[in-house]
Write a protein that binds this ligand. Sequence first.
Ligand SMILES: *Cc1c(COP(=O)(O)O)cnc(C)c1O
Length: 371
Amino acid sequence: MTATDRFAAPRPVPKAGILDIAPYKPGKAAAEGVVDPVKLSANENILGSSDKARSAYAEAASQLNLYPAGRADILRAAIAQKYNLEPERLLFGCGSDEIFQLLNQTFLEPGDNMIQGAHGFAAYAIGARACQGEVRYVAEKNFTIDVDALLEAVDARTRLIFLANPANPTGTWISADEVRRLHEGLPPSVVLVLDGAYAEFNTDPSYEDGLAMARHADNIVVTRTFSKIHGLAALRVGWSYMPAEMAAAVDRIRLPFNINIPAQLAAVASLQDDDFAARSVALVEQWRPWLTQQISGLGLDVVPSAANFVLVGFPSTAGRTAVEAEAFLAARGLLTRGVGNYGLPDHLRITIGLEQHNRAVVDGLAEFMSR
Ligand SMILES: *Cc1c(COP(=O)(O)O)cnc(C)c1O
């Protein structure tokens, strides 16, 4: 549609590409006819959040009339200290989702492209399309990022690569050596975004969260979130570490007061509660192998996960499909996540829960498979 056509239209017309974007689909929070279901559909922290964070949040009620510090000063100082990072290289977002959006807005012109894995997180692509950027989905091997294939997809219009490590919805990951190989193979003008939303749940020694790599690179951004390990998804706090020049650019288009005061104070308090974080990791480390083994034992394919969820593959035969399994589990009060919109119509993503939830999932799947 030309500019003249848009002007002559009987009602306002969104710019090209907007209506081709599929809206982000959150994990289900309710099922019809089910009272108090267990939500295993959004990779939230099943332990809740730190008591210290809850107290800090409640105390913040006395400051609701105030604008937050524009640069999230208290939180900035706390993150810089905790991770030993230069404060001016940090950038905060209303969830890491906002940071992905800001990076796309900063680097993509219409016709530029952004690259991600075939099953990459949906938020990256939504933001890129909003900038009229092209999204290149690169085939994965065994549901895992293929570094060579990513590198082959790069051309002169590539501005960004988004890589969640561990990934969502697959839970798979690549080693620090592979991330380094990817970085070394990229032109220095291409931004490599390492999304570490699930970094804390990967305790394998060959894994790195990328912060050390980013320190001496001009084109690496590491993003992290308070939504998963810290259980503060409701408060929407994400942070990122990037080169100072890049932070100075991205910061220009950020909303002025994007991290609210209760969120900042709760996040800072969370950083001081190592015990809560350790318990969150321990729960996942205890139940992830158990779920993997038990569900595999039912004849289903479980993709090896380094995150706080497992991805389960179902047969495509009627009566045994992922869609039917999702409905079957939901009717038993267990909400899981269908991932057809990620190109995985035969899979379900299931957040690791407390012992009773995990046992209920396995019992439910056993009954589903033996019907
Ligand atoms: C959950 C998740 C995030 C975190 O998003 P927030 O906006 O910080 O809540 C980021 N990336 C991936 C891949 C995720 O699954």
